[in-house]
Ligand binder design. Structure first.
Ligand code: CA
Length: 326
């Protein structure tokens, strides 16, 4: 009996030290990408409430400033592919034919209807099997309104679901004379998000801006550097000087299939060696790429490639997958 206890203790001790060094035994997190956006129009309060009910770990907010400096939760600096702006304010488009969030006050933005994402040229919805375009009654909202929804639901359901805000297009905001990062950090701090323990992960594609957020704006928040282009996967040493994690496109983790088995690029292991968490985007059950089922995609990336979390439009499916693995 005694040796069994010693063996168990050793396993626990070795297991712990290994997880500290390798930094990869922590629970994997589910991030609701633009909310439960596979089921309800992205970035509406309704889709965020649905994601909350699905027991995700974090809910994402993309942030763009209004004319009167309110951070709006919306994916693009444009309004015309998720709202009826072209019908309500036809004269407010710029010379490029597009409608910019930054040209509208919060009050004006609140008058728009939000729809399932569509192509403004053809009117066709991007994911045909999702919520029908033009149906329902949805509105844009601010970062503050979304934080109050999530914190309110955390209280009423006794959960501690986090937020995962993204600073969008910092260079564009600077050119327009706007201080998006400063405004967002102030709001986060006001709502209690100040340190890595506060269930808030801040993300950005622009590494100069994320570095500035750490080194000049002195935030202590957990920071994730998003990765778009292949050459950026070679800059992990630099990212590790200010970020706590990376958010690559999941295809950048997959190498190729050899004898029906996936091989992987060194991205995840290199990141883990630097102490960086890896949260790839975006896992969609209605856009499987080279995979035949959603569970196969999750098995290869979450388990075999050993990433630390995923951005997904279908949070319930990922939560179920992980629960079955326990
Ligand atoms: Ca995003």
């Amino acid at each position: 009996m005694k040796w069994k206890i010693v063996f168990l203790l050793l396993t626990v001790i070795l297991g712990c030290s290994k997880s500290d060094v390798m930094n990869q035994k922590s629970p994997k997190i589910v991030i609701a990408h633009r909310g439960a956006s596979g089921y309800l129009p992205e970035h509406t309060l309704e889709t965020k409430a649905m994601a909350h009910a699905m027991n995700v770990d974090f809910i994402e907010q993309d942030l763009v400033l209004s004319k009167d400096d309110i951070p709006i939760v919306i994916h693009d600096i444009y309004l015309d592919d998720v709202t009826n702006v072209s019908q309500i304010f036809p004269n407010k488009k710029r010379n490029d034919g597009r409608f910019y969030v930054i040209d509208f006050t919060f009050e004006e933005l609140k008058t728009l209807n939000v729809f399932e994402r569509f192509d403004p040229k053809t009117g066709k919805q991007v994911y045909p099997n999702r919520f029908p375009r033009g149906k329902g009654s949805f509105r844009l909202h601010s970062l503050q309104e979304e934080i109050e929804l999530i914190q309110g639901l955390n209280k009423s359901t006794n959960k501690n679901i986090g937020i995962y805000p993204e600073i969008k297009a910092p260079e564009f905001h600077q050119k327009e004379g706007k201080k998006l990062s400063e405004i967002v950090l102030k709001i986060l701090s006001d709502y209690g998000y100040k340190t890595p323990k506060d269930r808030c992960i801040l993300q950005c594609f622009d590494s100069k801006e994320l570095e500035r957020i750490r080194k000049e704006l002195h935030t202590e928040l957990f920071l994730v550097q998003l990765i778009e282009f292949p050459e950026e996967t070679k800059k992990l040493d630099y990212f590790a000087t200010f970020a706590d994690g990376i958010g690559p496109w999941y295809r950048q983790i997959l190498d190729k299939k050899v004898d029906e088995k996936w091989t992987f690029t060194p991205l995840v292991s290199d990141a883990h060696k630097l102490g960086l968490k890896v949260h790839p985007y975006t896992f969609k059950a209605d856009q499987l790429g080279e995979f035949s089922t959603f569970n196969e995609l999750l098995e290869i990336l979450l388990i075999k490639a050993n990433v630390d979390g995923v951005f997904t439009d279908f949070p319930d499916l990922v939560v179920n997958f992980l629960n079955e693995k326990k």
